[in-house]
Each structure stands twice: as C-alpha cells, then as structure tokens.
Design a protein around this ligand. Sequence first.
Ligand code: ADP
Ligand code: ADP
Length: 239
Amino acid sequence: KTLLEVKNVSKHFGNGTKALSNIDFTVKEGEFVSIIGPSGAGKSTLLRCINRMIDASSGEIIFDNDHVYKVNKRELKKVRRKIGMVFQHYNLVNRLSVIENTLHGRLGYKSTLAGILGLYSEEEKLQAAKLLQILGLEDLIYKRSDQLSGGQKQRVGIARALIQNPKLLLCDEPIASLDPNSSKVIMDHLRDICTSMGITVVVNLHQVDVALKYSDRIIGVNSGKVVFNGTTQNITSND
Ligand code: ADP
Ligand code: ADP
C-alpha cells in the first residue's frame, strides 16, 4: 500500500533558486527509504515540502490518502500529526529536561498554555518514559537537554517525534552532526522503529554506505532532480 506519493513537485524560492524540478516518487507503508545526494541537492527542501513546512511551487503530494496541498487548515493539522520530524540540529529546547522535550511533541494536541504549564496527563508521561526507555535514555529523563551529548540529543529528538504516534518519520540529515558511533546508534534505532513499530521512515543522508546498509530503497537527488530510484538489492557497483 502506498503511503506517500510525490507527483511532479517543483520548488522555486523567491530569490530565483530552483531547488526542486518535477520530483516524482512513491513510498510504501513500512518502507525505509533514504534520499541521498550532495549538499544543496534539494533533499531538505523536499522533506519540508512534504509536510508543508514550506509550500511547493507546483505539483501534488498525497499522504495517507490526503492531498496535502488541497486540505483545509484543520485537516492539514491532522496530516502533520501523522508525520514526525527529526532534524540535523535536534531542535530541542535547551533549558527543558529530556522528558519535557519529549512531551513537547504533544504540543500540537494542546493549547500552548497547557504545554507551557506542563499540563500533561499521567498517560502522556508514561508514554514518554516508555519511548525514552526504548531509546536507551531511561537514566537521563530529568537531565537538562543542553547537558546531553549529540547522540543523546538526537535520541530525544526521535522520542519527541514518536510521541505523536506518526505513520511517517521524516529525518533531515539526522546523523550529519554525529560521530560514527553515535551515528550507528541512531541509524539502528531508526531501522528498529521501522521494522518493530511499523513506522515508515524517510531519511536524508549524504553517505551512500549508510544508506545501503539500512534502507529498503534509495532515491538519489542531484540539482533538484531524481537521478536514481531503486531497491538496495538492485544496486550494483556500476550505479
Ligand atoms: P540539501 O538538503 O540537499 O543540502 P537544500 O534543500 O537545503 O539541499 O537546498 C537546495 C537548494 O535550495 C540550494 O541551492 C539552497 O541554497 C536553496 N535553498 C534552500 N532553502 C532556501 C531558501 N529558504 N531560500 C532560497 N534558497 C534556498
Ligand atoms: P523555542 O521557541 O523556545 O525555541 P520551540 O518549542 O518553538 O522552542 O521549538 C524549538 C524548535 O523545535 C523549533 O525549530 C521547532 O520547529 C522545533 N519543534 C518544536 N516542537 C516540535 C515537534 N513536536 N516536532 C518537531 N519539531 C518541533
């Protein structure tokens, strides 16, 4: 079953930069897809167009049977809840603890005031604690986020995305700021989230070897265009 369909998507920025040109691909439910390409290829723009953090200039995106560019504001909010985001620079709130940052992922469901006051239910706190345990952070839940290592911060970023119960996890260069050991831990978690939790994962990477090791499918992007799209089994050294 298709979960995500990107159809003929282009993006031009106001300054004239053509970041994406006629991008086409689909992602199946349960797939682990890596998008690879050099810096400036358009990978980040592509992910941001999928959940409408920015608007594509033209084309169509269908996610879980919703036309992301046709739905009204309320429906878009529902679409976004089903799409978790993980960032290169983690985007944690420094002065908050690990569990508070994790619960921040629930903010979309609550008034901002409730979030600020920390009015989370016992059930939400339990779910946060469970996710943090899965991610190996159970001993750090009350630690301030700015006291964590990069790899630990990224695991909090993943927990914050997962607490929305997403169907799709979009990860924008999640290991680009991490050392090889932490990178492996993060990629192992992402693979496990896909395989064990059944969450579809789309991850921007620039290392081909990592993409080959973890993905079901690789989409190569260069200069805003798809230049390769295939399962990892079909990739030979000639590609
Ligand atoms: P990647 O993630 O593959 O490194 P990006 O999607 O960040 O690539 O960038 C693709 C192209 O779009 C680059 O030329 C970049 O400079 C440009 N770009 C990205 N964001 C903006 C923006 N907000 N305004 C203008 N140009 C942008
Ligand atoms: P502040 O405004 O105090 O810096 P925010 O709560 O706005 O903190 O979050 C900081 C960063 O984290 C922002 O870039 C925001 O987009 C991102 N962010 C916050 N909550 C989420 C979330 N649930 N999922 C993804 N990103 C988030």
